[in-house]
Design a binder for this molecule. Structure first.
Ligand SMILES: Nc1ncnc2c1ncn2[C@@H]1O[C@H](COP(=O)(O)OP(=O)(O)O)[C@@H](O)[C@H]1O
Ligand SMILES: [Mg+2]
Length: 335
């Protein structure tokens, strides 16, 4: 069953008195219990897309299109409905836990707050969050509950954030780069806890990351966003052998792998563009090794090809030929 439906989402933000387009056109669905990875480079609009789902946007933001959760329009919710939605249906895990946890309140107060606010007894709330802390690998719980955020490491605090998100028993988790700020070993541990808890509870998750391979490992489907446009959506299982958009192939090429040498480590040529910078054609035109004239003039619509949706004029023609090497330099000279 469809739980979340994002339909033709657009977003404008005010920058220096001018409205700037941050998201062009994002259409995405999540089923109950399904995990979708929203992947793209920095500035692509991943955070803003996930924040639109919970309506946590900068002041003056103008939202277009529709976001429906379980058939209810999120943009149309009044203050009371929005509060209920945020305290029961959907929970967000932010990249930087420290700046989202009140520094002058104890971990216990932070964790139980939402439950107490919605009318649950304090003692019951403490029991619930204590069990949750154990499940995300935090021991000596009574002591932890009395501590303040500055007494915990970044990894510990992110586990607290995950426990807080699970505590409200939401149906949807929004996880915005939940492990990016952590060191590599801690990243793997925290990710494993998040993944296990999400699966165990059958929660849907929108997992925001710049790391395509990580997304493919923990999600059912992948949605790739470039300059505020959704360019490809595909089953996670096909990411390694059949991506259809040149940008997705570029993302795959940008990650170190055991089979490619670090010296040939590819990055996509050029820099990521912001949504407000792109011309009328394909958003990826300035960096794409496969560009033809049509790409410069006409924005490709998302089209269904097999189990994927892709916004590339040449998708059929290039299917199976998109080369990771093409992005790593050795083929670009010949392109
Ligand atoms: N508060 C804001 N006001 C204006 N522009 C913003 C604001 N926050 C983010 N942006 C811009 O919106 C675009 C998308 O940002 P974001 O969703 O944070 O990207 P991502 O999470 O993919 O790195 C970027 O170009 C960024 O500079
Ligand atoms: Mg972000």
């Amino acid at each position: 069953m469809t739980l979340l439906e994002i339909h033709r989402l657009s977003l404008d933000l005010e920058v220096d008195g001018e409205l700037r387009r941050i998201i062009h056109d994002v259409t995405l669905e999540l089923d109950d219990g399904e995990a979708v990875g929203l992947v793209g480079e920095s500035g692509a609009g991943k955070s803003m897309t996930s924040r639109a789902v919970i309506r946590l946007l900068p002041r003056g933001a103008r939202l277009g299109g529709e976001v429906e959760f379980d058939g209810r329009s999120v943009p149309a919710m009044d203050a009371r409905a929005l509060r209920a939605y945020r305290s029961r249906d959907v929970a967000m895990i932010f990249q930087d836990a420290r700046s989202h946890i009140n520094p002058v309140r104890t971990i216990g107060a932070f964790l139980t707050e939402a439950l107490v606010e919605r009318g649950e007894r304090k003692a019951d709330a403490v029991t619930v969050v204590s069990e949750l802390l154990e499940t995300v690998g935090i021991h000596d719980v009574p002591h932890r509950l009395r501590q303040y955020p500055h007494e915990l490491s970044g990894g510990m605090l992110q586990r607290v954030m995950i426990a807080a998100a699970l505590a409200i028993r939401p149906r949807l988790l929004l996880a915005d780069e939940p492990t990016t700020a952590l060191d590599v070993t801690t990243q793997a541990e925290v990710m494993a806890h998040l993944d296990r808890q999400r699966r165990g509870r059958g929660l849907a998750m929108l997992f925001v990351t710049h790391d395509l391979e990580l997304a493919a490992a923990v999600c059912d489907r992948i949605a790739v966003i470039y300059a505020g446009c959704l360019v490809e959506e595909c089953p996670a299982s096909t990411v390694h052998d059949r991506v259809l958009h040149p940008y997705t192939a570029g993302l795959l090429a940008s990650r170190p792998s055991a089979t490619r040498r670090a010296a040939r480590l590819a990055a996509i040529p050029g820099r990521p563009q912001a949504a407000y910078e792109i011309a009328p054609g394909c958003p990826f035109v300035a960096r794409c090794p496969y560009v033809v004239d049509l790409c410069r003039t006409t924005r490709p619509p998302l089209r269904l090809i097999g189990a994927s949706r892709v916004a590339c004029h040449r998708a059929e023609e290039l299917a199976g030929q998109l080369s990771v090497g093409r992005f790593s330099g050795e083929e670009r000279a010949r392109a």
